[in-house]
Write a protein that binds this ligand. Structure first.
Ligand SMILES: [Zn+2]
Ligand SMILES: [Zn+2]
Length: 297
């Protein structure tokens, strides 16, 4: 992945997982769009269950609207549902009558511009159940509604196991908003030349973004033996390496928080790594993984 913090482009903020009255959400599509526009979002995807909202006739309030939906894709070893968020499609995907994750995710991927796996922790999906899936570009590393509902918002452990298997998967933070308390809690910042549907989807596919539930990451540089980060005030900055025991955080430095910058060593340069920032409110931001062969790009 080219480093999204270097090179040209602007940052655009968006939410990629939201429900409306078209399925089980509280607000209508137009009310939902207005809510995010008032939250200073640049783009939004309405992703109702098994239904693609037609944006014709709706006022985008200056935002870029990306078509989407959320699909149930089979059942896992605990008989739980795997949810997949699909973006960039005109109609609800037609799925084979199957319980097989791989077949269903491949069928969804073939009928949209990109898809990612929803809330693995909430679904109690183990990494071993999804490590061999093909076609999706990532997983939800944070789902705000799963955090409100049952304290299963973050899914870093599943992500790290997949990364340790060298799977090139991006991490999305989303609202999955259904009710008033769910809005504007988890989002992505996309680095893109422009705020158009095609450019945002392309940047998402390429991992040219980071996820956040609070902190901003302003700059990040990768060198052979260290990573430096500049961000909003926080109490921990960490390089998380995708290997058992891998990683290094400001917790191991003598300096006291709050931090706005850190230089951290890479202890296992042959393994993928990602960066996490944790603020005083307990909120995090997550970069996408950098893989060793391209870390210096
Ligand atoms: Zn879901
Ligand atoms: Zn949902």
């Amino acid at each position: 992945m080219p480093n999204p913090f270097s090179g040209d482009g602007d940052w655009y903020k968006g939410n990629l997982h939201t429900h409306t009255t078209v399925s089980d959400g509280e607000l209508s599509p137009q009310e939902t769009i207005r809510t995010y526009a008032e939250g200073d979002y640049d783009f939004l995807a309405l992703t109702d269950h098994d239904a693609v909202v037609d944006y014709y006739g709706l006022d985008p309030h200056g935002m870029t609207l990306i078509t989407g939906c959320e699909l149930a894709a089979g059942r896992g070893e605990l008989d739980q549902t795997l949810h997949v968020v699909a973006l960039g499609l005109d109609a609800t995907p037609q799925l084979p009558d199957s319980y097989n994750f791989a077949e269903l995710v491949a069928a969804i991927a073939a009928q949209c511009q990109l898809c990612f796996l929803g809330h693995p922790f909430w679904s109690l999906i183990e990494a071993s159940e999804i490590v061999d899936l093909q076609g999706h570009v990532g997983i939800e590393v944070y789902n705000a509604t799963c955090q409100h509902g049952c304290a299963r918002g973050p899914s870093e452990m599943v992500w790290d196991i997949l990364l340790a298997h060298q799977k090139r998967l991006w991490g999305f933070a989303v609202d999955d908003a259904h009710r008033s308390e769910d809005y504007c809690q988890g989002w992505v910042w996309v680095r893109s030349a422009e705020d158009s549907v095609a450019a945002i989807l392309e940047a998402l596919k390429e991992g040219h973004f980071y996820a956040s539930a609070g902190p901003r990451i302003y700059d990040l540089g990768v060198e052979a033996e260290e990573v430096w980060v500049r961000c909003s005030p926080c109490r921990q900055i960490a390089v998380v390496e995708a290997t058992p025991g891998g990683g290094f955080s400001t917790g191991r430095l003598a300096a006291q928080p709050p931090f706005e910058e850190a230089h951290l060593p890479r202890q296992f340069p042959d393994h993928p790594f990602r960066v996490e920032v944790l603020d005083d409110q307990g909120c995090k931001a997550w970069t996408n993984p950098f893989f060793s062969e391209e870390a210096a790009s």
